[in-house]
Design a protein around this ligand. Structure first.
Ligand SMILES: [Fe+2]
Ligand SMILES: [Fe+2]
Length: 170
């Protein structure tokens, strides 16, 4: 899909405002997939999904997709430390992420819907029907798989590189 320079600038501005938000930055302290963290993960997912969307012919709501990507794992607890959260984390965290994001930001309803289906097939009944939902689900699985297979040591070494990579959307 083609987007104008103006739309690109608008999206980049929104991305920057979320990236530099102190509440969003709390995800830096939430570990994820051996040596990664929720913040890097979420913005990697956002960049991947948006870039994929731009290659599609179909019109996609990029603003809605960006919100969904940034907040899909905005659950803000470390399930490795909080044992009460460990059980059911896979199923429950999308609704916790939505609740937190609605409290802290103007999360669009369409983005909430997309977030709710991102754990398919774990949440088997909640299939990602829309193109935006499919883009998030696929980007999330792709980034998570990559994070899972890279060693902790390499990840910590690459941290600055990844932070530089996610520092802009385009
Ligand atoms: Fe998730
Ligand atoms: Fe995720």
């Amino acid at each position: 899909m083609n987007i104008s320079q103006e739309e690109k600038t608008e999206l980049e501005t929104l991305y920057q405002s979320l990236l530099n938000d102190d509440k969003v930055k709390r995800m830096l302290d939430i570990p994820m997939h051996r040596g990664s963290n929720c913040y890097i993960h979420s913005f990697m997912v956002a960049k991947t999904a948006i870039n994929r969307a731009l290659k599609k012919k179909k019109q996609i709501n990029l603003r809605v997709l960006l919100y969904a990507c940034v907040f899909h794992d905005y659950y803000l607890y470390d399930w490795r430390k909080d044992r009460s959260k460990k059980k059911g984390h896979g199923k429950n965290h999308p609704s916790i992420a939505i609740k937190n994001a609605k409290e802290d930001f103007d999360l669009p309803d369409e983005s909430a819907k997309i977030i709710s289906s991102h754990m398919w097939p774990i949440n088997f009944k909640n299939f990602p029907h829309s193109t935006e939902a499919k883009l998030l689900t696929l980007a999330d699985k792709r980034i998570a798989t990559r994070e899972f297979f890279i060693s902790k040591k390499k990840k910590l070494k690459n941290r600055e590189k990844l932070l530089r990579y996610i520092s802009t959307l385009f």
